[in-house]
Design a protein around this ligand. Structure first.
Ligand code: CAA
Length: 379
């Protein structure tokens, strides 16, 4: 087994790290406070080739492997989890599905601008009444000539306000359970599609999360991904890859919080010596580092399996489960090491603690990850 990064992966790491540390970090706290979408950073990510990293270069992507993607998301999340999730959603929840299941025409029309970062994507699966129980969605898509007519409400949509292109799931046959769900590419701006209710959140406040309504919204039949009835499996496969992205985001949050705490512990003196000289603090770092290393290995393993065409569903779930709970743990410990200062807005570490929690919830809660892993063991 080779744990060394390739030259290409090292270059991705270096480029993303420089961008994140030199540009994204500067205004991360201010964007968090003002809930401002980082449009300039998204533009720069497009220029750096970060918005369609794994897409075939023929469709405007970077043609990179999943480990490179994982590394890039981690570097972004080390300074700002909001920017990381915007990038992750575009790559793994939107570009993936269109590349894997779209027709040639759909790929030319929608994937190319998404992969180049000229357009932004969002993934519309969840609804007010169906989160974890995703197949219980109520949105319908009724065939009418050469269009599907969409009706329903999707919520918790990351990137939803700023996105130009959506991947949407809906029932084409509401009597057939999950086998009656289909997936579509839907362009913003279509009549009957509206964005409402921007959520006010604990964390990842500079990414937007909205509700999207469909009222007799006519979507060309040609925009369907895969066959009628394939939509639930497409969503599940999409989420397998998405969970690697969220694991990487969580890993970045954990590492970023720990880096801040290590630096602070070397500067801050109590009882005549720096905090870093106390075993009580060193033990905290030992626990954080051990859990971060385990999360990183699981995340890279899931990405490695994906790159080799092996089943990686359970590995992605394990990676997300471990990394997200590590992010919560490590960021809370980091705040503890900062003491009272950690509780203030004066230092970024409280933002990491707030941002960490969502990684245990979106793209499948920790309970759903346990369910996926458990089923992979017992069948
Ligand atoms: N790959 C391919 N197919 C899969 C699959 C996978 N990973 N997982 C399930 N399937 C298939 C099954 O094989 C089955 O097909 P057959 O009937 O042909 O055998 C079908 O899908 C139904 O599977 P289940 O019976 O296991 O379905 P379920 O109703 O029990 O649900 C679940 C399974 C794992 C709980 C699923 O509903 C789930 O993942 N829920 C969580 C949803 C989620 O993650 N939502 C996140 C929203 S997106 C988001 O957060 C994005 C954002 O903006 C950041």
């Amino acid at each position: 087994m080779d744990f060394a990064l390739t030259e290409e992966q090292k270059l991705v790491q270096q480029t993303t790290r420089e961008f994140a540390q030199n540009e994204v970090a500067k205004d991360a706290d201010e964007r968090d406070r003002s809930e401002t979408f980082p449009a300039a950073h998204v533009k720069k990510m497009a220029e750096l080739g970060l918005m369609g990293m794994m897409v075939d270069p023929e469709y405007g992507g970077g043609g990179l492997d999943s480990i490179s993607y994982t590394i890039a998301i981690e570097e972004l999340a080390k300074v700002d989890a909001s920017v990381a999730v915007i990038c992750s959603v575009n790559n793994s929840l939107v570009c993936y599905g269109i590349e894997a299941y779209g027709s040639e025409e759909t790929k030319r029309k929608y994937l190319v601008p998404l992969a180049k970062g000229e357009k932004l994507g969002a993934f519309c699966l969840s609804e007010p009444g169906s989160g974890s129980d995703a197949s219980r969605m109520k949105t319908t898509a009724t065939l009418d000539g050469d269009h599907y007519v969409l009706n329903g409400t999707k919520n918790w949509i990351t990137n939803g306000k700023s996105a130009d292109i959506l991947v949407v799931t809906a029932h084409t046959d509401p009597t057939a359970g999950h086998k009656g769900i289909s997936a579509f590419v839907v362009e913003k701006g279509l009549a009957g599609l509206s964005v409402s209710h921007k959520e006010r959140k604990l964390g990842i406040r500079s990414s937007d999360t909205v509700t999207i309504n469909f009222e007799d919204c006519r979507v060309p039949k040609a925009n369907r991904l895969g066959a009628e009835g394939d939509g639930f499996k497409i969503a599940m496969k999409t989420l397998d890859g998405g969970r690697i992205g969220i694991a990487a985001q969580a890993l970045g949050i954990a590492q970023g919080a720990m880096d801040l705490a290590v630096a602070y512990s070397k500067e801050r003196e109590q009882f005549g010596k720096s905090l870093s000289r106390f075993q009580a603090i060193q033990f905290k770092f030992a626990d954080m580092e051990t859990r971060i290393s385990a999360a990183r290995l699981l995340t890279y393993l899931a990405a490695w399996r994906k790159d080799r065409g092996l089943n990686f569903s359970a590995e992605a779930a394990k990676a997300k489960l471990c990394a997200s709970e590590t992010a919560t743990f490590a960021s809370q410990e980091a705040v503890q090491i900062f003491g009272g200062y950690g509780y203030l807005k004066d230092y970024p570490v409280e933002r990491f603690m707030r941002d960490s929690k969502i990684t245990e919830i979106y793209e499948g809660t920790s309970e759903i990850q346990r369910l996926v892993v458990g089923r992979s063991i017992t069948g």
